[in-house]
Design a binder for this molecule. Structure first.
Ligand code: NAD
Length: 279
């Protein structure tokens, strides 16, 4: 195929990220899985991180290697410093380097404030915020060591933080999750400011409602989906490829001047849909 050929999905130029090495955390499910596959389709070699569910991770690896690029599954809990350091060492040893980090792993532990345990609060902050900090720190060490390789990319490295519309929309009953994503926004912007002079681009993708296991109850019955659609001007619930395609674009040199931005991929959820008819 030529470099202008599209994928079977007809949207990703197959050589957009040719030869780049990408790590996607939480890549054996939902958005992470779709992102890992899309990066492979765009020409990346892909490290598929997982914390549980080795079989699913191996399926993702098989799907990616079938495209003619490399992939490997790496087990690590992103909230554990020693495991993140070991994962990055292994990736650099086996892949040679890292060019793209997609800090995607995340979870919810929902409860009303007075029912929320410290363990629920801490777990969500540890995975969703500290996990992204640890992965970013270790990736940046390698970006800085290696520097820009012009044949590969104009940047020395790209980090895409998986945030959420809840980095700016308060979310009752989810104070741990909304706080973690609010933290991701400020972490992302601060890292972008700190690292831009080193030619490292840090950005975020903020999904709206995407059909994945994390929010199954919000879309799995017709009634729940109808209620959810009230919040989405574009009138459809998103799917993981909607996010994966945004990540691929942001990671590519097409977006080389995009630094410290959040790309909301939400069908308009952040447009205050209640004001379409009220206000
Ligand atoms: P998901 O549950 O399908 O995937 C989450 C992934 O993170 C899983 O692979 C899980 O095993 C992994 N993970 C959890 N804890 C981990 C840890 N300690 N170490 C490594 N991996 C870990 O859900 P998803 O919807 O695909 O979520 C992916 C990201 O997208 C999350 O950061 C989530 O907050 C964000 N997001 C999702 C939505 C949505 O509507 N689905 C909306 C906004 C943001």
């Amino acid at each position: 195929m030529s470099s202008t050929s599209a994928t079977t999905q007809g949207v990703i130029p197959v050589h957009l990220l040719k030869g780049q090495k990408a790590l996607v955390t939480g890549a054996n499910s939902g958005i992470g899985r779709a992102t890992a596959v899309a990066l492979g389709r765009a020409g990346c070699d892909v490290a598929v991180n997982y914390v549980a569910g080795r079989e699913e991770a191996e399926q993702v690896v098989d799907e990616i290697t079938a495209m003619g690029v490399r992939a490997a599954a790496y087990e690590a809990d992103v909230s554990q410093e020693d495991q993140v350091v070991a994962m990055m060492d292994r990736m650099v040893g086996e892949f040679g380097t890292i060019d793209i980090l997609v800090a995607n792993a995340g979870l919810q532990r929902d409860a009303a404030l007075t029912d929320m345990t410290l363990a629920q609060w801490q777990k969500v902050l540890d995975v969703n915020l500290t996990g992204q900090f640890l992965c970013a720190r270790e990736a940046v060490k390698e970006f800085v060591r290696r520097g820009v390789v012009p044949e590969v990319s104009r940047a020395a490295g790209k980090i895409i933080c998986m945030s959420s519309v809840h980095q700016i929309i308060p979310w009752s009953g989810h104070v741990n999750y909304a706080s973690s994503k609010g933290g991701v926004l400020m972490m992302m912007q601060t890292l972008a400011q700190e690292l831009a002079p080193k030619k490292i681009r840090v950005n975020a993708v903020a999904p709206g409602a995407i059909k994945t296991p994390i929010n199954r109850s919000a879309w799995e019955t017709p009634e729940a989906e109808r209620d959810l659609l009230q919040l989405i001007p574009y009138d459809r619930v998103g799917d993981p490829d909607d996010i994966a395609h945004a990540v691929v674009a942001l990671a590519s040199d097409l977006m080389d001047y995009v630094v410290g931005a959040t790309l909301y991929v939400d069908g308009g959820m952040t447009l205050f849909p209640g004001f379409a008819t009220g206000g």
